[in-house]
Design a protein around this ligand. Structure first.
Ligand code: ADP
Length: 428
């Protein structure tokens, strides 16, 4: 800025001086010449400024004027700025076109929602899958999507990863996800998962039917083996029968677990809100655990807070908690300690089993609730497990809005906890 002022002053000074010199040589009048020079500079500056303003008034659309002096500099720097902005604009435009083309090609519906829950933008798939129309632009999500389960999911989207529901015309199954970005804005991504659901259902039906069909033959085989074992038979045959019996027991347990799992998979939440008499249940499980422990002589203790009960499905919760307790018995060497506890927390109730068993290396913990996932294949099989126990636990807990916690140190022991939310607790 100071440079620009200096240049303007220099211009004025040059014209004034040139006028003075001219005045002196033509009429020996230095002052008149200087005045004439400065007047000429002012008129010239005004003319150039007028040209500059006209160009600016035309939004820089006419060709860049070729102006001398400071005005020429102004034209050049504005033109440079304009060219740079145009290049950036073209780049943004190209990116936008590419983004539009990419989102149009996507099969998933994408809806952008601002921090006031207004629908701002969507892609072509959203029009097809969610039937969003242009009239719904800037409308609130709560007005456009009326399904109560979706709205419940949307309002707590930070806690739940995804939500499945039938489409409005009931013809497809949709999976909804909501991700946050920017300052409270959200993107809703909806995928048509009808095909994978169909395959999943077929797999599930097959597994349920196969398990069901296998149950009767295995019960018959098991029964005959039991009868045979009571007979006086040669030693090698007795040994074979004993081995067949233990394998058929394993198979029966496996089938029972597969059937339990397939039943649990059919719905996402157990709506049952009956008190399940948790204290009697845990007393029973602890006694059974002592029986299972048998010669291993574990020290098994049970500590329970009073004054509340858990709401849910008794059979399912028993199956989950007993799986955790029996695992502790299975994976804890003889004379180990197993503490079972039920604690009232500020915002729920926590059941836990702490053992001094073999423990689980950290890298396995995220995967132990997968079906048939075993940390140590040989040890698990020897211990009589089916490999489905923790998968059953996971499903039961999801259906009861409860959370599984696992902490473990190899060689030192493990702690499995189940936290039931306050909504699943009743005072007694
Ligand atoms: P399994 O029938 O093999 O016990 P689960 O699903 O119940 O199957 O458990 C999965 C795996 O997690 C087990 O194979 C075992 O390696 C590990 N595990 C579960 N509970 C414990 C525990 N209390 N201590 C050590 N390892 C455990």
């Amino acid at each position: 800025m100071t440079e620009s002022i200096a240049r303007q002053l220099l211009g004025l000074l040059s014209f004034t001086l040139a006028g003075a010199v001219l005045g002196f040589f033509t009429s020996h009048n230095l002052i008149l010449g200087a005045l004439f020079g400065s007047l000429l500079w002012s008129i010239l500056s005004s003319l150039l400024n007028a040209k500059l303003v006209t160009w600016l008034d035309q939004n820089l659309s006419s060709p860049d004027p070729k102006l001398p002096f400071e005005q020429g500099r102004i034209v050049r720097s504005i033109a440079n700025y304009r060219n740079k902005t145009e290049a950036e604009y073209d780049e943004i435009h190209a990116d936008m076109d590419q983004f539009q083309a990419a989102t149009s090609a996507m099969k998933d519906a994408i809806v952008i929602i601002d921090n006031q829950d207004n629908i701002e933008w969507w892609n072509n798939a959203a029009e097809e899958i969610l039937e969003i129309t242009i009239e719904q632009k800037h409308k609130r999500v709560q007005e456009v999507f009326s399904e109560p389960n979706f709205l419940e999911f949307y309002s707590q989207s930070s806690h739940i990863a995804s939500f499945k529901a039938d489409s409005a015309d009931q013809k497809r199954v949709l999976e909804y996800r909501v991700e946050s970005f920017g300052e409270g804005d959200k993107v809703l991504i909806v995928r048509d998962i009808s095909e994978s659901e169909k395959v999943g259902l077929m797999r599930h039906t097959f597994l349920a039917n196969a398990s069901h069909e296998l149950r009767t033959p295995i019960t018959v085989i098991h029964g005959y083996l039991e009868t045979l074992q009571e007979q006086e038979l040669p030693k090698p045959i007795q040994k074979a029968i004993h081995s067949m019996q233990s394998q058929s027991s394993r198979m029966a347990a496996l089938i029972a677990d597969l059937l339990t799992l397939s039943r649990l998979e059919t719905s996402s939440e157990n709506k049952s809100r009956k008190p399940i008499f948790i204290r009697e249940m845990l007393n029973g499980i602890t006694e059974e655990a002592k029986d299972v422990s048998g010669p291993k002589q574990h020290q098994i203790s049970l500590n329970m807070d009073e004054g509340f009960d858990i709401l849910g499905n008794e059979g399912e919760v028993r199956s989950a908690l007993s799986n955790l307790v029996f695992n502790a018995v299975r994976y804890t060497p003889a004379n180990g300690v197993i503490d079972i506890a039920l604690e009232k927390l500020d915002n729920g109730v926590q059941f836990s089993v702490t053992d001094t068993g073999v423990g689980i290396p950290a890298e396995h913990i995220p995967r132990i609730t997968e079906r048939f996932y075993r940390v140590d294949e040989g040890r698990s099989r020897d211990s009589g497990g089916t490999g489905l126990g923790l998968a059953i636990v996971k499903h039961v807990l999801v259906r009861h809005n409860a959370k599984l916690g696992v902490t473990s140190k190899p060689g030192e022991g493990s702690r499995f906890s189940v936290t039931f939310p306050e909504s699943r607790v009743v005072k007694i």
